[in-house]
Design a protein around this ligand. Structure first.
Ligand SMILES: Nc1ncnc2c1ncn2[C@@H]1O[C@H](COP(=O)(O)OP(=O)(O)OP(=O)(O)O)[C@@H](O)[C@H]1O
Ligand SMILES: [Mg+2]
Length: 315
C-alpha cells in the first residue's frame, strides 16, 4: 500500500521534526512518499492509495479543511476528520453550540463579531475573550481575562483589530485543566490517560493559564504535567464519557484532543482540536500515548490502521 504523508507547503522546525518522525514510523509497514499541499497537489497525490493528513495551513479561513475536501473529491482515503468536522472545530463558537445542543458542558459564552459592541449579558465575571478561530494560544494574554465590561470592551476591540475575526467571550473557569487525547482502535474510540496541566508553580504575576506567553515563550519549565490527572474516579469517568460523546457528535475520526477545565465538580470543554500536532515528545497526545504504553511509532501506526479499517482497505 502506498501512503502519502500530506503536509503543509512550508514547515517550521517543529513540523519538520514531526514529518521525519511520522515518515520513520510509517516506513516500518508501508511504502511512503511526502506530498506537500501546493498547487501540484491534485496531480501528485493521484499515485497513492491513502493519505496520512498533517496539513493545517490551507488558507487563512479554511486551514485544515482543504486537504480532506480535495481528497474526498478525488476519492482518496485519508486519516483524521473530514472537512465538515474540521470546519465545526475551527470556529470555537460553532463547536460550543454543537456540544451544547448534545448536552455536553462548555463554559457559557457569546460571540462579538467585528463591527459589533459587547451586548448586554448575564455572564459572570471574570470572563475570557479570545479570537474565534485561532489556535496555539494566539491572541491569548494576561489581559484576555476581564473583570468588568470596560476591560472586556477593550479586549474585544483588540481582537477585532488584530485578527479581523469575531471574539469569543466566555466565563473564565478558575479550576483544574486537563487535556484529553482520543484514539480510535479496533473500531472504537479510546480515551488516553488524561493529562493534567498544573500552572500553580508559574512565577508570581504570570497568568495561570495557557496564554501565548506561557505556552510558547519559555515558561514550560514551570508547568507540571501530571498523568494520569489527579481527579476522583467519578469525575475522571464523566470526562472520558463527555469527550467520547463530543468526538462522536463532531464527526471526528482516528484521533483528536480536547482541552477541559473542571470547577465545582463540573467539567467544561473549552477547545476541540480536530487535527492535533504529533510532534514526538512535545505534543500532548504523544505524551498521553506514552503513558498508555504506546511508543510514538505505535501511535502513528494506530492512527493509520484506524483509517485503513474505516475504508475497508487491506493493510
Ligand atoms: N473559559 C476558560 N476558562 C479558563 N481558562 C481558559 C478558558 N478558555 C481558555 N482558557 C485557557 O487558555 C488556553 C488556550 O485556550 P484554547 O484552548 O481555547 O485556545 P487555542 O489557542 O485554541 O489552544 P490550542 O493550543 O489547543 O489550539 C487554555 O488551555 C486555558 O489554559
Ligand atoms: Mg487549546
Amino acid at each position: 500500500m502506498k501512503v502519502a504523508i500530506v503536509c503543509d507547503d512550508k514547515l517550521d522546525e517543529h513540523k519538520e521534526g514531526m514529518l521525519d518522525a511520522v515518515k520513520n514510523a510509517l516506513e516500518k509497514k508501508f511504502e511512503v512518499g511526502v506530498v506537500p499541499f501546493d498547487e501540484n497537489f491534485m496531480e501528485n497525490i493521484k499515485n497513492y492509495d491513502i493519505a496520512f493528513n498533517m496539513a493545517t495551513s490551507g488558507g487563512k479561513d479554511g486551514r485544515q479543511l482543504h486537504v480532506p475536501a480535495v481528497l474526498d473529491l478525488l476519492g482518496i482515503p485519508y486519516t483524521a476528520a473530514p472537512a465538515l468536522s474540521h470546519a465545526l472545530c475551527i470556529d470555537k463558537g460553532v463547536t460550543k453550540s454543537v456540544l451544547l445542543s448534545h448536552g455536553i458542558n462548555t463554559a457559557r459564552f457569546f460571540v462579538v463579531y467585528p463591527g459589533e459592541d459587547v451586548p448586554e449579558h448575564d455572564l459572570n465575571f471574570p470572563l475570557i475573550a479570545k479570537p474565534l478561530r485561532e489556535g496555539s494560544s494566539k491572541g491569548l494574554k494576561k489581559e484576555s481575562v476581564c473583570y468588568n465590561n470596560r476591560e472586556l470592551g477593550n479586549m474585544v476591540k483588540w481582537i477585532h483589530e488584530s485578527f479581523h475575526e469575531g471574539a469569543l467571550v466566555e466565563e473564565f473557569i478558575d479550576g483544574t485543566e486537563v487535556t484529553v487525547g482520543l484514539l480510535e482502535r479496533g473500531g472504537s474510540v479510546k480515551v488516553l490517560p488524561l493529562l493534567e496541566i498544573d500552572f500553580s508553580e508559574l512565577p508570581e504575576g504570570v497568568e495561570k493559564f495557557y496564554s501565548d506567553k506561557v505556552k510558547n515563550h519559555g515558561y514550560d519549565r514551570y508547568i507540571n504535567y501530571i498523568i494520569p490527572a489527579r481527579l476522583d474516579k467519578g469525575m475522571y469517568k464523566k470526562i472520558e464519557e463527555a469527550a467520547k460523546r463530543a468526538f462522536k457528535v463532531l464527526g471526528l475520526r482516528d484521533y483528536a484532543r480536547m482541552d477541559i477545565r473542571i470547577k465545582d465538580r463540573n467539567y467544561y470543554i473549552l477547545d476541540v482540536n480536530s487535527l492535533p500536532l504529533l510532534v514526538p515528545g512535545y505534543s500532548d497526545i504523544t505524551k498521553m500515548a506514552e503513558a498508555a504504553g504506546m511508543k510514538y511509532d505505535d501511535l502513528i501506526l494506530a492512527i493509520m490502521n484506524s483509517a485503513i479499517k474505516r475504508y475497508n482497505l487491506k493493510g
